[in-house]
Write a protein that binds this ligand. Structure first.
Ligand SMILES: CC(C)(COP(=O)(O)OP(=O)(O)OC[C@H]1O[C@@H](n2cnc3c(N)ncnc32)[C@H](O)[C@@H]1OP(=O)(O)O)[C@@H](O)C(=O)NCCC(=O)NCCS
Length: 172
């Protein structure tokens, strides 16, 4: 079955916090460097998503999801810069596809949907960062993003060691 990709507003996100949390826990458990450490509790993952709700209400953020067979299987969070001198800029975060459904084009589709949403919101410059050498890095390169630097020891991997982070931008 083909997954649907669509935005989730704050009310829908609140109603589906458990599914969103499960996607985040799965990514961390599989070793993804996405701000959390191994052993992340489901409540902490749900707490992360709960803290995004006000931003969704205010229009400072937009959450897009992939759904397959009635279950959320992927996420991407678009964060619109709020600085007065950056009305053209936005950041991408929580680009996650459930580990059982990777390499089927879902990541590429979620990213394209987020880029389209950013463009529709009048944003023309996107930025993000990801662990060097990760699947994320491969995805962003495959989708035409430009690398602009690497910071050694930027973040800890879920199992502890410090790892390098690669920074990317894309002009829309
Ligand atoms: C990164 C992630 C979202 C990719 O999702 P996905 O649905 O598997 O990606 P896609 O199937 O759309 O891949 C699109 C292209 O990206 C590249 N790519 C994606 N994953 C890759 C991998 N593990 N190794 C090499 N290339 C990869 C390939 O070019 C791929 O095209 P192809 O399959 O035709 O070769 C997914 O691996 C994931 O959730 N990882 C854990 C969380 C994470 O690290 N997110 C990024 C944090 S910023």
């Amino acid at each position: 079955m083909t997954a649907g990709i669509f935005p989730l507003d704050a009310a829908a996100a609140e109603a589906r916090l458990g599914e969103l949390a499960a996607i985040l826990v799965d990514a961390v458990e599989q070793g993804a460097s996405v701000n959390f450490m191994a052993g992340i509790a489901t409540e902490d993952a749900a707490g992360f998503w709960r803290r995004q709700l006000p931003g969704l209400v205010e229009g400072e953020k937009q959450l897009l999801v992939a759904e397959e067979d009635g279950r959320l299987v992927g996420t991407i969070l678009l964060m619109f810069a709020q600085q007065p001198n950056a009305p053209h800029r936005a950041e991408i975060g929580k680009m996650l596809v459930h580990s059982g459904l990777r390499r089927r084009g879902l990541g590429r589709r979620l990213l394209a949907a987020a880029e389209a949403a950013a463009r529709a919101a009048g944003r023309s410059l996107l930025m993000l960062d990801t662990e060097s050498g990760s699947a994320g890095e491969a995805l962003y390169k495959a989708c035409g993003w430009t690398e602009f630097g690497r910071v050694p020891g930027h973040s800890r991997k879920p199992n502890g060691p410090l790892a390098e982070t690669t920074f990317f931008y894309k002009r829309l």
